[in-house]
Design a protein around this ligand. Structure first.
Ligand SMILES: Nc1ncnc2c1ncn2[C@@H]1O[C@H](COP(=O)(O)OP(=O)(O)OP(=O)(O)O)[C@@H](O)[C@H]1O
Ligand SMILES: [Mg+2]
Length: 174
């Protein structure tokens, strides 16, 4: 894992880039991220279909103290699933949401960044919202290989240093 040069506290984003070699490893990275998030907070997950967003969401919920994170599945008939750990966990999937009007109808502003931790799949749809969020980009590199880029925007505070996958796999760099 590497931390981008110049990334520091203050007004700059902190960026971590790492590889994952399996779903278990993506879960573990999510678990470690969940463990350092401060409440209220927002995590935006971006990546193509099947890149591992829900796997990462499950890990984050685990790190937030959810007793049975295997219950985490993408909300299919509702926009948000609500789980409980050391705080309320809102799991949102914007896959079926098109356009600003539909996005407004989701009512994200009721909880997103105000209460608990909100985890948003297809989070790139909120890129203009200027949220103090942690953004996670997952890229499918073939078979079980993924590149995971985690960007902590200014204003998104981590309670403790984030240790990524702790060197479980090859480190990658910017
Ligand atoms: N390194 C990896 N990290 C995460 N998932 C992996 C990895 N390798 C293989 N997989 C597999 O890829 C799939 C990822 O599914 P998941 O539902 O997490 O993706 P998603 O991005 O949420 O998909 P969708 O866009 O449909 O919501 C799972 O079947 C998982 O087992
Ligand atoms: Mg998903």
């Amino acid at each position: 894992m590497s931390r981008a040069p110049g990334a520091s506290a203050g007004r700059k984003s902190s960026v971590w880039i790492m590889g994952s070699a399996s779903p278990q490893e993506t879960h573990e990275i999510g678990r470690r991220l969940g463990g350092v998030l401060t409440v209220p907070g927002v995590v935006l997950l971006s990546g193509m279909l099947g890149s591992g967003k829900t796997t990462m969401a499950r890990g984050i919920a685990h790190g937030l103290g959810m007793a049975d994170p295997t219950r985490v599945h993408s909300p299919s008939f509702t926009i948000a699933n609500i789980y409980h750990g050391r705080c309320t966990i809102y799991h949102v999937d914007l896959y079926r949401v098109h356009g600003r009007r539909e996005l407004r109808s989701v009512g994200l502003e009721d909880f997103c960044g105000k209460d608990g931790i909100t985890i948003v799949e297809w989070g790139e749809l909120l890129k203009d919202a200027d949220l103090a969020a942690v953004e996670v980009f997952l890229e499918d590199k073939g078979k079980e290989s993924r590149t995971i880029r985690i960007e902590c925007h200014p204003g998104a505070v981590l309670g403790r240093p984030f240790s990524g996958n702790g060197g479980l796999t090859r480190e990658s760099s910017l």
